[in-house]
Design a binder for this molecule. Structure first.
Ligand SMILES: Cc1cc2nc3c(=O)[nH]c(=O)nc-3n(C[C@H](O)[C@H](O)[C@H](O)COP(=O)(O)OP(=O)(O)OC[C@H]3O[C@@H](n4cnc5c(N)ncnc54)[C@H](O)[C@@H]3O)c2cc1C
Length: 401
């Protein structure tokens, strides 16, 4: 492991930091996760994305032909780390640029690339990922949304759920079932869908935090031209795997308050002398240091041009669980006042309350704790795989419900 930047990485970090300092305010102690659904925020986010694209910071690893920098994965990590220190209006483009557009680049036609890539890179069009359904989340190959061929179009009917940003998205990538007679992984097909066309209805889900970041999405006789199919008919699972593999490099910023923030809070609240609390603090500190070293290992692999292995699944299990524990503890410390969420009236500007409500989602999004533990068990520790009873059975013959 090498904890230091190489001279080239240090030069890139300095260049990135100078650009960020010129255009953004430092994050300082601003605690709350940004709400990404307000019109003013969206305008700022689009302007920031266009500025990044003009200066080739928008997607650092993408080839220059697609508006990227042709840079390394390590440069992307450095950019993420530096941008996280500033009040950068990011969020609405993460799913599109991190997952959808790389899929369009991998499976789309030249016409698709010319039409969609640059507009997404500049933040002019926003994308969402329409995979999960009420009965298909961890087991996403179980999707039931039907696509039925009608001449040179497909007709879509069904429902998606938890679709981040669908209510403000222009396009989505949509996983559908085209052949219920095939085994579940073989009867799927992926499409590009225009989210603004008739028959597509995004209903925002109101969250306990007050935000509305994701949606139920209903498709009623939506027509998609066959030209907007990504990959072969029946090969949607292969396309979906590319989307899922492209999840952004998650080794950059921090998801919320950590051991040091609760220690500061406990000091101000006078609870640092509590022996039981100090033992918990020590556990959080040790786990955080262990995770930091794992991150350094991932970064060293990236820096040497290697691909990080399945051990990076450890990161989200540690950080999401720790975030939930730390926020829970801080809320408990606040006694009756802990139930208030208004940043104006709450200790630490509501940092612990808002992050507590976000932490549960973090433990589910992008793979639940259990699924990540399965990955670690099977692919890191070499333990036997999950039992699979559905592999060669027609989807329509599987027990549902
Ligand atoms: C913040 C957030 C944003 C999201 N954004 C999107 C999005 O933009 N697009 C999209 O398509 N989806 C999105 N999702 C959905 C997300 O992918 C799913 O919620 C996730 O995959 C889990 O699926 P599920 O909710 O159906 O739970 P289920 O899969 O039904 O799981 C229920 C429980 O069973 C456990 N479980 C399931 N299978 C196994 C197994 N094999 N072994 C052990 N335990 C198991 C799970 O760990 C969990 O505890 C988002 C979710 C969240 C929370």
């Amino acid at each position: 492991m090498d904890f230091n930047d190489t001279p080239e990485e240090a030069a890139f970090r300095a260049e990135a930091r100078a650009f960020l300092e010129k255009h953004l305010d430092s994050k300082g102690s601003k605690p709350l996760r940004q709400r990404i659904d307000g019109a003013e925020f969206m305008q700022r986010a689009k302007a920031w994305q266009a500025l990044k694209a003009d200066n080739r910071y928008a997607q650092i690893t993408w080839p220059e032909a697609f508006g990227g920098r042709g840079g390394s994965a390590m440069q992307q990590v450095i950019w993420n780390q530096e941008e996280a220190k500033f009040d950068a209006p990011v969020g609405p483009f993460t799913v599109g640029l991190g997952m959808c557009i790389p899929t369009v680049i991998a499976f789309g036609s030249d016409a698709h690339k010319a039409r969609y890539v640059n507009k997404a890179l500049r933040g002019e069009e926003i994308w969402c990922q329409l995979f999960s359904e009420p009965a298909a989340g961890s087991d996403v190959a179980g999707v039931k949304t039907r696509a039925v061929r009608d001449g040179d179009h497909w007709v879509i009917n069904g429902q998606k759920v938890w679709t981040s940003g669908a209510h403000y998205s222009d396009f989505g990538i949509l996983l559908t079932r085209t052949d219920p007679k095939a085994p579940k992984h073989r009867g799927l097909t992926m499409f590009i869908v225009n989210m603004k066309q008739p028959g597509v209805e995004a209903r925002p889900i109101h969250q306990a935090s007050g935000g509305r970041e994701f949606n139920e999405v209903y498709f009623s006789d939506v027509r998609i031209p066959d030209a907007d199919r990504l990959g072969e008919v029946g090969a949607g699972w292969k396309v979906a795997l590319v989307t899922l593999m492209n999840e952004r490099l998650a080794v950059g910023g921090s998801p919320g308050p950590d051991w040091s923030e609760i220690m500061d809070y406990a000091r101000s609240a006078g609870t640092l002398k509590d022996q039981a609390f100090r033992e918990k603090l020590a556990d959080w500190y040790v786990a955080a240091q262990g995770y930091n070293l794992t991150k350094f290992r991932t970064q060293t692999a990236l820096s040497r041009g290697a691909t990080p292995g399945p051990e990076s699944s450890i990161g989200k299990i540690i950080t999401a669980n720790q975030l939930q524990d730390i926020c829970n503890e801080a809320i408990e410390m606040q006694g009756h006042y802990g139930v208030m969420t208004d940043p104006e009236r709450t200790a630490s500007d509501g940092l612990f309350q808002q992050s507590f409500m976000w932490a549960a989602g973090l433990r589910i999004a992008g793979g639940t704790d259990e699924i990540l533990k399965n990955i670690i068990a099977e692919r890191v520790l070499g333990l036997p795989g999950d039992v699979r009873v559905d592999k060669d059975v027609a989807f329509e013959d599987l027990k549902q419900g």
